[in-house]
Every structure is written in structure tokens, then in C-alpha cells.
Design a protein around this ligand. Structure first.
Ligand code: ZN
Ligand code: ZN
Length: 160
């Protein structure tokens, strides 16, 4: 499925909803369109803010319930939390995550090396694996720059 909220990807989404017995409502379509148009792995609050531009009356609760429902049907993935908020991922292709421990940024990456990695026996012993993904935790480029600037700031003052 395309990852851009285009007509094709929305048609595919509508089809998959019907296959799963989910009603294809305007609200549900718009919620998914927002989720699929970004690789930020947004939480419900962020999705709500964006959906409100097109449906001003929609409540955060409606957005949250729809996201959870789509996740329960495998149309979205839940990828960890930022504070108390669940984060949602509309990218259903195989991919991995880089999570920034400072700002909570979650970004996708793919890797041929990881794709070629055999599944560990220890995981197979625990059940039937359906997918595997790696989460790299770290400090994103933007946060790293900010910290560098903070470190350099006092020295600059002394120079001046
Ligand atoms: Zn960051
Ligand atoms: Zn992702």
C-alpha cells in the first residue's frame, strides 16, 4: 500500500476496512489519511489536531477510538508511547525504528543487513513469529545539535 494518502492508498484502505467488517465512514477515512501521510508516528492528539482542519467538530475521543480500532484490526501499528500517549504507525511494510530518547521522535528506516538476518532460535521457541523489527534508541540529529550548542555556549561567552 502506498504511504501517502493518495486516492489509491485510500481505496485500498476502504477495501481492507470492508474486508474486516469495519464501516467506511468519512471520519475514519480522514483519520487514516492523516496517519498515513506522515512518518512521525503521531499520537492521537497530533492526529486529532490535523483531522480537525477538515472535520472541525470531531472529538479527540473519536479519533482515539478509531486509531485503537484500526490498530486492533492490523490497519495501523502501535509503536510505543510518548509519555502516556500511544503512537500510531501506518507504515505496514517491513521497517525499523530510530527513537530519540530526548524529543520522542520515531523515524522509520529499512536495512538490507537486518532483512537478511535469520530469526533467532530463542524467538522461535516462544511462538510463531509474524514480523520482527529493531528499535534503535538514541539521540536524534536535531537534539544532538542542541546539546552541542549548549556545551559550546559557555565557552563562547568567555571568549567574548
Ligand atoms: Zn530528538
Ligand atoms: Zn514506523
Amino acid at each position: 500500500m502506498e504511504k501517502d494518502g493518495s486516492k489509491d492508498s485510500m481505496d485500498a484502505f476502504a477495501r481492507e476496512c470492508r474486508d474486516r467488517g469495519l464501516k467506511v465512514t468519512y471520519q475514519r477515512m480522514e483519520i487514516f489519511r492523516v496517519a498515513v501521510s506522515t512518518d512521525e508516528h503521531p499520537d492521537a492528539v497530533t492526529v486529532h489536531k490535523r483531522v480537525k482542519k477538515r472535520i472541525p467538530t470531531i472529538s479527540l475521543d473519536t479519533v482515539y477510538r478509531n486509531l485503537k480500532l484500526l490498530a486492533a484490526h492490523g490497519l495501523l501499528a502501535v509503536v510505543g508511547t510518548s509519555g502516556e500517549h500511544l503512537r500510531f504507525d501506518a507504515n505496514r511494510g517491513p521497517h525499523h525504528h530510530f527513537t530519540c530518547v530526548r524529543c520522542g521522535m520515531i523515524r522509520d528506516f529499512t536495512s538490507e543487513v537486518l532483512a537478511a538476518l535469520p530469526l533467532p532460535r530463542e524467538a522461535q521457541d516462544l511462538g510463531v513469529p509474524l514480523s520482527q523489527h529493531l528499535e534503535v534508541k538514541g539521540i536524534c540529529v536535531a537534539c544532538e545539535k542542541k546539546e552541542q550548542r549548549k556545551k559550546e555556549a559557555p565557552r563562547h561567552k568567555r571568549d567574548a
